[in-house]
Design a binder for this molecule. Structure first.
Ligand code: HGY
Ligand code: MN
Ligand code: MN
Length: 422
């Protein structure tokens, strides 16, 4: 690798990595599956955090916790200055797998343990981070911790966010003991590299081991609340109904049709629908639903948002219902650092792995770190493209390949001369 003075033959210990993945997955384990549930800032998340912080401290890392609960462990380098950082998240969705996010954090620990076990002192410090509430499933938006880390949202605003269960971010951080004091925005790293499972079918279908991720698609989350009139399911003629349940399901149908009409890569998902009072014989008084729209092209994503808004207004009016929409998350597509994407691609090839460039369909903390430093991602395949499902699986060989590429990319970045994307 150009300009580096680091041992390119160094490799991770795959069994140590797999053992840590297994130990962390025990926390919030979903019975009868390989998956785990650790929604952000819950007791399960706290237990997972405590375990990873213990591992960081056992490795002698300098561990810092900031006001939104992001945790960064740093291994000193031969020089001071901003570290080469890797990481991801250890919070999960309710139907989480053991690799989503966890792989990037635990492979980062594995990289650092491999480096120290080899008696190496990298020129630049190496850091591994886990960011708070990457999933955004309990407390929207997603990537909340890394967004605050890079100064994309003020800490006070983030601490006031109310979750889907009525809990408040700031109170939960205090409750689980992760309301830290490290300064925000956080120190901008020299570079950031995130290893993550693909969570989609592309690499497996192509028979490719490594994804050199060059971009992340745009994300639009909104919550729509429809209010009508609760009434008797048996006595109310269809002509007299103001049925939010009908409006909500019509919206869900429209989202599917809109995504199909716009075509790949447009996707649309209604992940939550809550009817109140949620009883078999009552026409609902209200419905609350979420819509997740994504596209690599922001102009098309804006068009999709507008068409959805127009449909919602029209269907609610026809049904005599009132409607309110609230943006939960809106992130434009992000392009990663061409020089680091090149480095990932080159490194994978040098290690003998097949590799292809690709966009990310999922959101990641890397898309936030890209605001403050050169950033890229490394993907490993997901069996059947499955994720946000306890059946999520990546083979030990692919885990090892991803971690080895992360190791060598981190070492190159920690010892290479300055690089630039200009
Ligand atoms: O929603 C996402 O793309 C990520 O899993 N937070
Ligand atoms: Mn993830
Ligand atoms: Mn996820």
């Amino acid at each position: 690798m150009a300009g580096t003075s680091h041992p390119t033959e160094l490799r991770v210990d795959p069994d140590r990595l797999t053992a840590r993945l297994g130990a962390l997955a025990e926390i919030g384990a979903i019975d009868g599956t390989e998956g785990c549930a650790r929604l952000a800032l819950t007791d399960e998340d706290k237990a997972g955090r405590d375990l990873v912080v213990t591992w960081m401290r056992d490795l002698g890392l300098d561990v810092r916790i900031d006001g939104i609960g992001n945790v960064v462990g740093t291994l000193a380098g031969a020089t001071d200055g901003p570290p080469v950082m890797c990481g991801s998240h250890i919070d999960t969705v309710r139907t989480g797998g053991r690799y989503d996010g966890n792989l990037g954090v635990l492979a980062g620990l594995e990289v650092i343990e491999t480096v120290t076990a080899a008696g190496l002192v990298p020129d630049r410090p190496l850091a591994v981070a886990f960011f708070t509430d990457e999933e955004g499933a309990r407390f929207p938006p997603d990537m909340l911790g890394s967004l605050v880390y890079v100064g994309g949202m003020g800490l006070e605003e983030a601490l006031e966010i109310e979750g889907i269960d009525g809990a408040v971010v700031g109170e939960e951080l205090v409750r689980i003991g992760y309301a830290g004091s490290a300064p925000l925005p956080g120190l901008a790293p020299h570079a950031y590299v995130e290893l993550h499972i693909e969570q989609g079918p592309v690499l497996e279908r192509a028979g490719i081991t490594i994804g050199a991720v060059d971009s992340v698609q745009g994300i639009s989350w909104q919550e729509i609340t429809v209010t009508g009139q609760s009434n008797h399911a048996g006595t109310t003629p269809m002509s007299m109904r103001q049925d939010p349940g009908f409006v909500a399901t019509s919206i869900a149908n429209f989202v599917r049709e809109l995504a199909l009409e716009l075509g790949h890569p447009q996707v649309g998902t209604v992940g939550r629908i809550e009817l109140r009072p949620d009883l078999v014989n009552v026409i609902p008084a209200s419905a609350t639903l979420t819509v997740d729209l994504r596209n690599t092209d922001d102009a098309i994503l804006c068009d999709a948002e507008q068409r959805l808004a127009d449909f919602v207004t029209a269907i609610a009016e026809t049904e005599g219902c009132k409607v309110q929409s609230r943006t939960l998350a809106r992130f434009e597509p992000v392009i990663f650092s061409p020089s680091i994407v090149d480095l990932v691609e080159r490194t994978a090839g040098l290690l003998g792995h097949s590799v292809q460039r690709m966009p990310s369909g999922a959101g990641h903390d890397a898309q936030m770190l890209a605001r403050v430093c050169p950033t890229a991602m490394i993907f490993t395949p997901s069996r059947d493209g499955l994720s946000h499902n306890p059946g999520e699986y990546t083979s030990p060989a692919d885990l090892q390949a991803g971690a080895d590429v992360l190791l060598q990319v981190m070492l190159a970045l920690a010892t290479d001369e300055e690089f630039s994307d200009d």
